[in-house]
Design a protein around this ligand. Structure first.
Ligand SMILES: Nc1ncnc2c1ncn2[C@@H]1O[C@H](COP(=O)(O)OP(=O)(O)OP(=O)(O)O)[C@@H](O)[C@H]1O
Length: 776
C-alpha cells in the first residue's frame, strides 16, 4: 500500500488537472450559451415577420415562429447540458472518486483499473474513461462482488471476468489521505467514519459505501412491485433515494424527475431528505404525503381529519367513553374485510341502492332524485355500470337543453336583458352577430336578436349546472357511503359488539360534514369505484416510504391511481405505529396487488444508524429482534434513570442536555409519546437554551435541541435521544411497544431513558449488561 499511495496521488493530481481544465472550458461555454439564450429571447421577434394578410402569409408567419421557438429551445437545452456537466465537475473537485476495481474481462489479458465516482469523466481526447459513474453497468461489480469471478450486465449482454482487487479511497482537499483494499464488504473502516459523524439538517447520499444488499434495491429492475422490509436504520430511505438517482441515470433519455413520486410520512421528512439527489447531481422527485392527496380530493366536501390527529386521539384519549368504539372502527375500516365489503357493495349498486340528488334550476325542479333513480335502474342492465352513468348524464343534459330552450322567454331573462350594461350588451351583440349573421337592421332581426340574447343569458346561467352534471355531482356519494352504516347486511360473518356504536359515530361525523381519517380512503375508493378512477399516467415510479403505516386500502388506491407506474414500498412492521396496523406483521398481503410474478421482496436486517450497544438494546424490545444484525460501531450503553417525580426529571434533562452539548452533538431530541406530552415537556424545559417544539405542521427538520412526539420523529435520526418518560404510566400498554421502539431507534450515538416511577414493562426483557441503570 505504501508504494501505491504516491502513484495514486500522482494519478489523482492528473485527474484533478483534467477536471480543472474542463471546468475552465465549461465555464466559458456556459457563459456564452447563457448569452446566446438571453439574445434569442431578446430578439425573438426580430427575425419573425408577422403577416396575416393572406393564408400563405399566415402560414409563413407560423413557420418562422416555430423555427425561432425551436432555435431557442435547442439553445436552452445545450446551455442546460453544459451547466449540468459543470456542476457535476464542480462537485467532483473535492472527491473525484471513491473506489476502484481492477477487472480482467474474460478473453482478454488486460487488467483494467476502473475508478468510480459520482459522475463520469473522460480524458481530454474524449476516448478514455478517467472515472466511471457509480451507476454505470461496470460499477455494479464494485458493489456486488468480492475478489474472484464477477459479471455485469450491459445493454449488449453479460460481461464475465475476474475482479482482482477492490479499493476504497479517502480523498480530501486534493490528497489521497488513505486507501483500503476491501474484501468482503465495502470498507467497514470508511463506514465507521461516516456513521460516527454528527448529523446535520439533512440525510446524505451513501454512494461511496452502498452495501451489497442495498445495491440490490437500488438496481432492481424487474416486476411491478418491489417490497423492502428492513430493520430500523438499515438504510431503506437511503437506498430508495439512491434508487431514484440510478433510475434517472439508466433511463435518462425517457425518465424525468417529475415522473417519480415519493410518498413520505410528513413535510418535515421531505425537507430532511431533500439534499440527497442534488448531492448526486439529480433533480428531486415529487414528494407528497397521502394526507395531502386526500385533502386535495375531498376537502371540497368534507373537513378531513389528518393521520396525526387520529394518532393523537389513539394515544391520549384512552379514558374517553368512545375510545373502544373508535379503536375498533379504525381497525375495521382499514381491514381487507372492509375493502372487500366495499367492492361487493359497489357491485350490488348495479341492481339497487344508488342515491342521487335532484336537479333544480332557479328553484324549479328539473328532475327529482327519484326520477333519476328510476331512469338509472330502468336502463339496460346488461350495460356496464359506467356506460349506464354516461347514458344517465346524457339524459340529464337533454333535460337541461329543454330548459335552455324554454327558459329564454321567461320574465327574469327579459329583465336581465334590460339591465345589461352598454358594454355587456355590445359584447353579447357582437358575439351573436358573428355566430348567427344578423345585422340588426330589420324587425325580424330584432326579434331574433332578443331571443338569441335570452338564450345566451340562460346558457351562461346553466353553465355551472352543466359542469356539475359533467362532474357527476348529482350522485349522492355521501348518502351511498352512509347506507353502509345503516344496514348490517353488508357485514358478512361476525359483527363486532361495537358495530352499532361505530355506525352511529360514523353517521354523526358525516352529517357534520367531517370525515375521520379512517373513513377518508374507503370513502374515496367507493367514490372512485362508482364514478370511475381518476388516474395519473405520467408517473412512472411510485415510492412509498414508511409503508407499514399504510392500510391495504391505500395501496390498492395508489395502484389504481398510477396505472403506468412501478412501485417500490419500503417499511418496517416493528415501527407500525398506527392503530390500524396493530395486527399486520408483514407485507405479504401486498403480493396480491400485482400478483406474485410481478412482486419481489428484499429484506434488510443490518442496522447502520445506531452504535452496537444501542442496537443490542433496541432489538430486544420487538418480536424477532434477534434477526436484526449489528454494524460494529462502538459507543456508550443506553442509560436508564429512574426518578420519583417530574421536577427531578426536568432537572436531570436540563443537565443531561448541557452534557451532551459539551460533547458537540448537533441534534438532541427529547422524544415524547404524544403531542400532548411534548407540549407539557416543552413548557417545563423552557430554561434549556434554544429548545424547540416540533409540531405536526412543522416543515423544517431542526438542528439543536428539540422536543418531538415519537410519531413525528419517524424516518429521521438524532445524535442523541432522550426518552422523556419511559415509565409504565406512559408506555404501559402493549399497543405502544412499536411506538416506543421507533422512538429509541432514532438515536445514532447516545440514548438516555428516564422513567418517572416504575419503568415500562417493555424494558423488563433487557439484559442487565445491555443497559446502565442509574438512580438519582
Ligand atoms: N451503506 C451505507 N453507508 C453509509 N451510511 C449508511 C448506509 N446505509 C445506511 N446508512 C446510514 O444509516 C442511517 C439510517 O439510514 P436510513 O434512514 O436510510 O434507514 P431506514 O431504514 O430508512 O431507517 P428507519 O426505518 O429507522 O427510518 C442514515 O444515517 C444513513 O446515512
Amino acid at each position: 500500500m505504501k508504494t501505491e499511495l504516491p502513484r495514486e496521488q500522482e494519478r489523482l493530481e492528473n485527474v484533478m488537472e483534467t477536471i480543472s481544465e474542463q471546468i475552465g472550458k465549461l465555464k466559458e461555454e456556459t457563459d456564452w450559451r447563457r448569452q446566446e439564450v438571453v439574445g434569442f429571447r431578446k430578439h425573438f421577434w426580430d427575425d419573425v415577420k408577422v403577416n396575416t394578410d393572406t393564408f400563405d402569409d399566415y402560414l409563413e408567419t407560423i413557420i418562422s415562429l416555430r423555427q425561432q421557438a425551436q432555435n431557442l429551445s435547442v439553445s436552452q437545452s445545450t446551455h442546460k447540458q453544459a451547466s449540468n456537466k459543470l456542476s457535476a465537475l464542480l462537485r467532483m473537485q473535492d472527491v473525484p472518486y471513491f473506489g476502484r476495481i481492477d477487472f480482467m474481462e474474460e478473453g482478454t489479458s488486460n487488467t483494467e483499473r476502473i475508478y468510480i465516482g459520482i459522475s463520469t469523466l473522460m480524458d481530454l481526447s474524449g476516448e478514455n474513461f478517467l472515472i466511471y459513474d457509480w451507476r454505470a453497468p461496470i460499477s455494479s461489480v464494485y458493489y456486488n462482488y468480492s475478489s474472484g469471478p464477477a459479471e455485469y450486465t450491459t445493454p449488449e449482454g453479460v460481461i464475465d471476468g475476474v475482479l482482482e482487487e477492490k479499493w476504497q479511497y479517502i480523498i480530501r482537499g486534493g490528497v489521497v489521505e488513505s486507501m483500503f483494499e476491501t474484501s468482503l464488504t465495502i470498507g467497514d473502516e470508511i463506514l465507521q467514519q461516516v456513521l460516527g459523524k454528527s448529523t446535520d439538517k439533512h440525510l446524505h447520499s451513501i454512494v461511496s459505501t452502498i452495501q451489497m444488499e442495498q445495491n440490490q434495491i437500488i438496481r432492481h429492475d424487474h416486476g411491478r412491485l418491489l417490497i423492502v422490509q428492513g430493520a430500523a436504520g438499515s438504510g431503506k430511505t437511503s437506498a430508495a433515494l439512491q434508487r431514484i438517482a440510478y433510475l434517472l441515470y439508466k433511463y435518462r433519455d425517457r425518465l424525468k424527475a417529475d415522473q417519480i413520486i415519493l410518498f413520505s410520512p410528513n413535510s418535515m421528512f421531505n425537507s430532511y431528505v431533500s439534499n440527497v439527489l442534488p448531492e448526486l447531481g439529480e433533480e428531486n422527485m415529487q414528494q407528497v404525503t397521502f394526507q395531502e392527496y386526500l385533502v386535495h380530493r375531498l376537502s371540497d366536501e368534507f373537513q378531513v381529519e389528518g393521520p396525526y390527529e387520529q394518532l393523537e386521539y389513539v394515544l391520549t384519549a384512552t379514558d374517553e367513553p368512545a375510545y373502544r368504539t373508535r379503536s375498533e372502527s379504525i381497525r375495521f375500516k382499514a381491514s381487507i374485510r372492509f375493502f372487500e365489503i366495499i367492492k361487493r357493495y359497489r357491485q350490488s349498486l348495479e341492481l339497487s341502492g344508488m342515491l342521487f340528488k335532484g336537479i333544480k334550476f332557479r328553484g324549479k325542479q328539473i328532475v327529482t332524485a327519484k326520477q333519476i333513480t328510476e331512469r338509472f335502474y330502468n336502463c339496460d342492465t346488461s350495460l356496464r355500470f359506467h356506460n349506464r352513468l354516461e347514458k344517465l348524464t346524457k339524459w340529464l343534459n337533454e333535460l337541461v337543453d329543454e330548459v335552455e330552450k324554454h327558459e329564454c322567454t321567461e320574465a327574469w331573462v327579459q329583465e336581465k336583458i334590460e339591465l345589461l350594461s352598454e358594454d355587456d350588451y355590445q359584447k353579447a351583440y357582437n358575439h351573436l352577430r358573428k355566430k348567427q349573421g344578423f345585422k340588426g337592421a330589420s324587425s325580424d332581426d330584432y326579434e331574433m336578436e332578443s331571443e338569441a340574447l335570452g338564450q345566451l343569458i340562460v346558457r351562461q346561467k346553466l353553465k355551472l349546472l352543466r359542469k356539475q352534471i359533467r362532474e357527476l355531482r348529482f350522485l349522492n356519494i355521501k348518502g351511498i357511503y352512509k347506507q353502509l352504516f345503516s344496514d348490517a347486511t353488508w357485514m358478512d360473518g361476525e359483527i363486532s359488539e361495537e358495530w352499532e356504536d361505530i355506525c352511529l359515530s360514523t353517521l354523526k361525523m358525516l352529517d357534520e360534514g367531517k370525515l375521520f381519517y379512517e373513513d377518508a380512503t374507503p370513502f374515496l375508493l367507493l367514490k372512485e369505484l362508482i364514478q370511475g378512477f381518476q388516474t395519473n399516467n405520467i408517473i412512472k415510479h411510485v415510492l412509498v416510504d414508511e409503508a407499514q403505516d399504510y392500510s391495504p386500502f391505500q395501496f390498492e388506491f395508489l395502484k389504481r391511481l398510477f396505472p403506468a407506474a412501478r412501485m417500490t414500498v419500503l417499511g418496517d412492521f416493528n415501527q407500525a405505529i398506527f392503530a390500524h396496523a396493530s395486527e399486520t406483521v408483514d407485507f405479504n398481503t401486498l403480493t396480491s396487488l400485482y400478483g406474485p410474478n410481478e412482486t419481489n421482496t428484499i429484506n434488510l436486517t443490518r442496522s447502520y444508524r445506531s452504535t452496537r450497544p444501542i442496537v443490542e438494546f433496541t432489538r430486544v424490545l420487538v418480536p424477532n429482534g434477534e434477526r436484526i444484525t449489528v454494524f460494529e460501531r462502538d459507543g456508550e450503553k443506553p442509560v436508564l434513570t429512574q426518578l420519583t417525580d417530574r421536577k427531578e426529571l426536568h432537572r436531570c434533562i436540563v443537565s443531561k442536555v448541557s452534557d451532551l452539548q459539551k460533547q458537540k452533538l448537533n441534534t438532541i431530541a427529547i422524544i415524547c409519546k404524544s403531542a400532548e406530552e411534548s407540549v407539557a415537556a416543552y413548557d417545563s424545559l423552557s430554561n434549556v437554551q434554544e429548545i424547540k417544539l416540533v409540531k405536526s405542521g412543522s416543515i423544517e427538520y431542526e438542528q439543536g435541541v428539540v422536543v418531538i412526539p415519537a410519531y413525528l420523529a419517524k424516518g429521521i435520526e438524532f445524535d442523541a435521544v432522550i426518552i422523556y418518560d419511559a415509565s409504565t404510566e406512559v408506555y404501559g400498554d402493549e399497543s405502544l411497544r412499536r411506538l416506543f421502539y421507533t422512538a429509541c431507534t432514532r438515536a445514532m450515538h447516545y440514548l438516555q431513558l428516564y422513567s418517572v416511577g416504575e419503568m415500562s414493562p417493555f424494558l423488563l426483557n433487557v439484559a442487565p449488561k445491555s443497559i446502565v441503570r442509574s438512580l438519582t
